[in-house]
Design a protein around this ligand. Structure first.
Ligand code: EPZ
Length: 431
């Protein structure tokens, strides 16, 4: 298995390009199942999760083609992918595929909406918590689906098609909102989704569905209204920039010091995280080109943070912010309110010399000036990248194992950082 070797202590200086958002690309790809016509997605990041989802939707009958390079196109621009689900050949999503990526469970909505039935494996546990799907199923039931659990599979049926209804989410769920939207667009009649997630990735999905002919208003607010249509057509859509990749590199620069332009990043997608970062003593300048992050030699100020649904501080940046706080001048409290077990990075950051104590859903981080390199590994994507950014600031050598977690969500991580002056390289298993 590949490893990433980092020699810490170099400031990051230069510019790097922010790619398309993984968590927008995945539901957009799934939306291709809703139509017989071709959906073309631009700026799709080159990630292992994208490749895995292509396999999964391919199993249902989606023909996918990844466009070649175009004249004048930089290698930092994502792929253009055409997806055509002319015929759905299989409405079952098997355990072997779904268990490898939770988001693939969302295929249940377009399969059910278009074919009147779907059989999708329950995704099972995952490293950051139990992550049930009860709210997703509740949403489908509100649209008239009959749901049964058989041998570890959710079997959803609506032989006469789905019908509009009122969905009320008692808790904000991104996947639940994606599922409800994809089911409601082809349902007969009107649907109201209350308690909807307001995340930018939900808005991106709604924008694409609207281009495909769906009638949706209110995406980006907690009430979304959908008027069902008989069928959807093809469309072209460009995936929005990745706010988590943006925030991760912003925190890396805050941690090492330096001056980096995050090209293509959009401040409105992560304003709360940028506000927190500014309070730590980091300069942030946003314009049409992207976001410039700069920290000179001054101290990193400790700031307390609690994760929250959008527009709050994202749970997907909690681990990276914790890495930054290990070098703050004082104590900070980081509260995780979305997932009950998202602190696996704490043990590994401790291996680099961090002092972090857990008290229920809160991590108490005693800032200190020095971290020292060590071999580390993590069990999920965002935890892994927090170790990379801690390694960039640690003295000496850090080796991050289980790089496949990083490849799920960060395209060309080591290349982008190396271009900004980091001493970082990927070592292949036999290297
Ligand atoms: C999405 O996961 C993201 N994944 C996650 O990013 C992200 O952390 C999360 O939203 C929150 O922002 C993708 O977009 C692919 P939720 P999702 O449903 O949709 C509970 C990453 O690293 N819940 O919003 O699965 C759930 O347990 C990943 O890129 C129920 O109780 O998250 C959690 O506590 C990790 N019942 C809360 O809601 C349900 O039926 C929010 O989860 C569904 C969810």
């Amino acid at each position: 298995m590949d490893r990433i070797r980092i020699v810490g202590g170099h400031p990051l200086i230069g510019s790097l390009t922010i790619g398309g958002a993984k968590n927008a690309a995945l539901p957009l790809m799934i939306a291709s199942l809703l139509t017989r016509e071709t959906l073309t997605l631009h700026n799709v990041p080159r990630l292992s999760d994208v490749r895995q989802l292509l396999r999964i939707i391919g199993n249902h009958g989606v023909d996918a083609a990844i466009g070649g390079k175009r004249l004048g196109q930089s290698e930092d621009q994502g792929d253009s992918i055409t997806l055509s689900a002319r015929d759905i050949v299989d409405t079952t999503a098997p355990y072997e595929l779904v268990s490898r990526m939770r988001a693939s469970f969302w295929v249940i909505a377009p399969l059910l909406a278009r074919m009147g039935e779907a059989r999708v494996s329950l995704p099972g546990g995952c490293a950051i918590g139990t992550r049930p799907v009860d709210l997703l199923l509740m949403a489908l039931e509100a649209l008239g689906a009959d749901i049964e659990i058989e041998n570890g599979y959710v079997v959803a049926r609506a032989p006469d098609g789905l019908r509009g209804g009122h969905i009320v989410f008692p808790k904000v769920t991104v996947g639940g909102t994606h599922t409800a939207l994809m089911a409601a667009v082809l349902a007969r009649g009107d649907t109201v989704i209350d308690g909807a997630a307001r995340e930018p990735e939900v808005v991106d999905l709604a924008d694409c569905l609207i281009k495909m002919g769906a009638k949706i208003t209110g995406a980006g607010t907690s009430r979304i209204e959908v008027e069902g249509v008989g069928q959807l057509g093809g469309a072209h859509h460009t995936v929005l920039p990745d706010r988590i990749e943006t925030g991760t590199y912003a925190m890396a620069v805050a941690m090492t010091g330096g001056d980096v332009l995050l090209e293509g990043a959009r401040a409105d997608l992560l304003q709360s995280a940028l506000d927190v970062l500014a309070k730590t003593g980091t300069d942030i300048l946003a314009d049409d080109q992207g976001i410039r992050i700069r920290r000179q030699t001054g101290a990193i100020m400790p700031i307390d943070v609690a994760t929250a649904p959008f527009p709050g501080f994202p749970t997907d940046l909690q681990a990276q912010f914790m890495a930054l706080m290990t070098r703050a001048q004082g104590t900070s409290h980081i509260r995780e309110t979305i997932f009950e077990n998202r602190f696996m990075h704490v043990q590994e950051l401790a291996r680099l010399g961090a002092q972090i104590r857990l008290d229920g859903d809160t991590a108490i981080v005693e800032g200190r000036n020095r971290l020292k390199g060590a071999p580390v590994m993590a069990t999920d994507l965002r935890a892994s990248v927090s170790l990379v950014i801690a390694g960039l600031a640690a003295e000496g050598e850090t080796t991050v194992h289980r790089v496949y977690h990083l490849d799920r969500g960060f395209e060309a991580l080591e290349k982008k950082l190396a271009r900004c002056g980091a001493e970082i390289e990927r070592l292949s298993s036999d290297g």
